[in-house]
Ligand binder design. Sequence first.
Ligand SMILES: NC(=O)c1ccc[n+]([C@@H]2O[C@H](COP(=O)([O-])OP(=O)(O)OC[C@H]3O[C@@H](n4cnc5c(N)ncnc54)[C@H](O)[C@@H]3O)[C@@H](O)[C@H]2O)c1
Length: 350
Amino acid sequence: MDLTSYRGRRVLVTGITGFKGSWLCCVLQNLGAEVAGYALAPATKPALYDLLSLADSSNTTIADIRDLDTLQSAFKRFQPEVVLHLAAQPIVRDSYKDPVYTYETNVMGTVNVCECVRRSESVVSFLNVTTDKVYLNRENENLAYQEDDPLDGYDPYSNSKSCSELVTHSYAQSFLRKAGVAVSTARAGNVIGGGDFSNDRIMSDCVRSVAAEKPIIVRNPTSTRPYQHVLEPLLAYLMIAQKQTEDISYAGYYNVGPDECDCVDTGSLVDLFCSTWGGADWRIEADGGPHEASFLKLDNGKLKRTFGWSPCWHIDDAVYKTVEWTKAWLAGEDVRRVVDRQIDDYLKGF
Ligand SMILES: NC(=O)c1ccc[n+]([C@@H]2O[C@H](COP(=O)([O-])OP(=O)(O)OC[C@H]3O[C@@H](n4cnc5c(N)ncnc54)[C@H](O)[C@@H]3O)[C@@H](O)[C@H]2O)c1
């Protein structure tokens, strides 16, 4: 896939201080794009954004996505051509603790971004990053969700992302398409990779435990998720945003998930992590937490048929790259060099 058209493009990434946003910023910089960001300050210590010193190399506004005026000023200053919207409260358990904040950020945040795109004269391509959890989950292990399945996430996070989809669809129909702005949403699976320090994510829990030489605690080893390396959806987002700029008929809704053979349960993922790391072990500790889906699979056929896309890395590659990154980081290697090397490896197969 040729992504050379990003050279010199002005790309605004909301959520740039997060896990995906930081990797995305590096990919875009390596492609020669001019990158601006909009997000809250990094929420963890350490944070990938800080390890990569992205505050120095990206033109980032640290502010709240719920603040329309500040967001609008950032749009006016930067005049983006491409907008990739990743800012969100993305943790299911946190959404049970604070549903109002989750809806405000994920729904009104999306309204604000759509509104800035509507008022902008520079944007030609807009992509809203949602999630595999936007679908009405029928808890059927044989079912892989397709793009026209009903949207109705169960918990406040998933449901706020279903709403974010609907908001985007309405803005696209009512305003943006007529103005020649290509708009898509992308529903990706759970991502893993080096540098995710968030709470309540299985690979981050694994890394934290082995770094502290403690056994890994797993809550739901039988839950199945479409796990993929973080570079898989990021390059798919860039591909969709580019393709829809070339031909607006590509604008739409896309699942971005691994192939069926790589949809594994959490226990198998942790087994794979332990064997790749060497000498790590795990145990189950159910904590009676709130409802989370047991089975979640995405049908990635539309993305394949439309663009000839296919995933580059299997689940064992994704775990290997996560372990490789983590060991390099713990050994004090230059993190940007490791990230760039992994991006180059990935792009060879893309
Ligand atoms: N990580 C995954 O497995 C996964 C899977 C599917 C979809 N997604 C989606 O991808 C996107 C990025 O996820 P991530 O894993 O990088 O999450 P993350 O928590 O690492 O990053 C979230 C980003 O959003 C920003 N943000 C949060 N609240 C904000 C607010 N009120 N105002 C401004 N910025 C705010 C944060 O500052 C941060 O930059 C999210 O939209 C998430 O729903 C993630």
